[in-house]
Design a binder for this molecule. Sequence first.
Ligand code: SF4
Length: 284
Amino acid sequence: MGEQPELPVTPPSVDWWMTSLCNLTCDYCWGPVPSKDDRSLRSVIAESILASRTPAVTFCGGEPLVVGDDVWTYSRAFREAGKKTILNTNGELLESSLDRDPQRAITDHFDVVGISVDAVDPDVHRDMRGKRATLARAMKAISLVRDSGVQLKIATVVSNVNKDHIADMARVVNETIQPSVWRLYQYSSRGEYNRGVDRHRLDTEEFVAVTEEAKRIAGNVNVAASESATASCFIVSQEAKILLPVGDDYEVLGDVRHDSIDSLWRQDPLAPEVVAYKTWLQRV
Ligand code: SF4
């Protein structure tokens, strides 16, 4: 057996659940259960990330753009500290969030913006992401990111509901969207707020078949597919906890109010999986 590569001294990215709130109601959400966020914790969490050697911060949640100006303030601070910043958003609020401040430019805040699109058929996209989801707004967000010159990631959850529409989407990804990376995630039943297990469940064999076909159709587009069993992130929650994805749930590894992120990373039993899961980030 070959030697395992040495682990980095810090997570390749800290995934910051900025908020538990979201403007959409996807029934496959593996994020936090919506509740009243303690906003005062955001500055503590941001300081903890700034003090760590992590090279990248991913803003997620919940929907990071529902928190008003905070996501723009902290992303700027991380950029100025030399960290790469990634925004993961459903895209619906990007245009209005930019319009709130005419000085705001995506390029000043983010290196990569990930937009969630689960199908290029508006009805299927809505069937995946709830009745408030509008494909047109997500596509508008895509064009704003493309026009800005910031790298674009398209994020697609593949489940039993949309599996037959992924090939059509691969054609549009190849011919029109041309993102820097297309991430395909196998539906995962993880998370307390994840209510759609029965209709979304998709076995790994089928996921692999769907994603292999998508890769073939997507041509030169960089496609990175992750099976739910191997999906792992280094998450700091809106409650300042470091969360370990374990089975269908999350366990608490520590609290960034008491321990440094880099010391908690050294205790993370899933660190090798996190490194593997974030490999795509080095390619954008
Ligand atoms: S999956 Fe994302 S967009 Fe959907 S409800 Fe959860 S946080 Fe919101």
